[in-house]
Write a protein that binds this ligand. Sequence first.
Ligand code: HEM
Length: 368
Amino acid sequence: MELIDFIMLFFALAFFRWWWHRWSKTGGGAKNLPPGPPGWPIVGNLFQVILQRRPFMYIVRDLRLKYGPIFTMQMGQRTLIIVTSADLIHEALIQRGPQFASRPKDSPIRLIFSMGKCAINSAEYGPLWRSLRRNLVSEMISPLRVKQCSWIRKWAMEAHMRRIQREAQENGFVEVMSNCRLTICSILICLCFGAKITEERIRDIESVLKEVMLITLPKLPDFLPVLTPLFRGHVKEARKLRKKQVELIAPLIRNRKAYVDSDGKCGDPEMVSPIGAGYVDSLFGLEVPGRGKLGEEELVTLVSEIISAGTDTSATAIEWALLHLVMDQEIQERWLPVPNSPPDPTETFAFTVVMKNPLKAVIVPRSI
Ligand code: HEM
């Protein structure tokens, strides 16, 4: 190798080192972002996260120790600012709420299901955002409405107890999560449509909405849009699923509309809540400034959002509580009635919560 080759090689390596250093830096820049873990050029921290094959939350927990309560992660073309302290979260979401109220751009798949961001969780900060949130608070989660709809929870819990007693007698154990999801979903469907529908239809809705949730989870093209053409099949699959979702939910909307329009006189036996008590009733009349009335597909999106948002979260909270019961068997003793006390009809059935395998908690009935 001649001297000139050495010099060229030296400059090439020095240039590469400078380029790598420049492009692997996370944070800083013209926007003065908080510093974060150095990434790789172009893809940033994306593959470092993927290759760890751990839940994102655990990765954030480790990085927080090194970079403090606020840091930047460069995930492909998407920049994430991770905020982990209560004070900073309060500043961002409450004190400077309007500035951070809009969500990032939706992927093509999410746009199919959100009908162009016509959902509470994805609407841009503006008139639609305000109307949908105000409507949710006054029509769905106000203390008055929660109290008014207590009979729905009571009805669903009675059906739940009957179902698990039957299952326990037939199988000797009870599948916890599928029963909980079914019960929560039946409550949310009744809250949304004011209707009691068959268990089979509730199961269909629950399973389709779960598929929707899975297909809309962030995928590679959400971070590296240049890869979108490689994922065209996913978009096709998403359109098919959307069709299935509309076919399942739209008839419930139409039935409720007919009930409301006929002033409750159409005699639909499924309708159990008075007019005005269903979430969808409030959406029929909702006029969004600059957008007008909502169409049927938009209603499908909005009621699906409530059912999905409520089912998975509540079921996960129950799963978490059951895990603690499994780990602390002594707590379960407190469920047993006091010995020699008069029989209480609500306590004629007790369970021991055990873990059948790491993924499936089961509750086993015991004699009392
Ligand atoms: C234990 C139960 C629940 C937990 C832990 C929970 C938690 C959350 C969290 C963390 C978010 C924010 C999601 C995000 O920013 O991307 C959220 C949003 C939402 N939740 Fe819940 N939720 C629960 C139950 C429910 C129920 C029962 C409903 C319906 C009646 C509901 C309706 C919604 C809606 C509509 C949103 C979207 C609003 C927004 O994005 O700001 N949630 N929930």
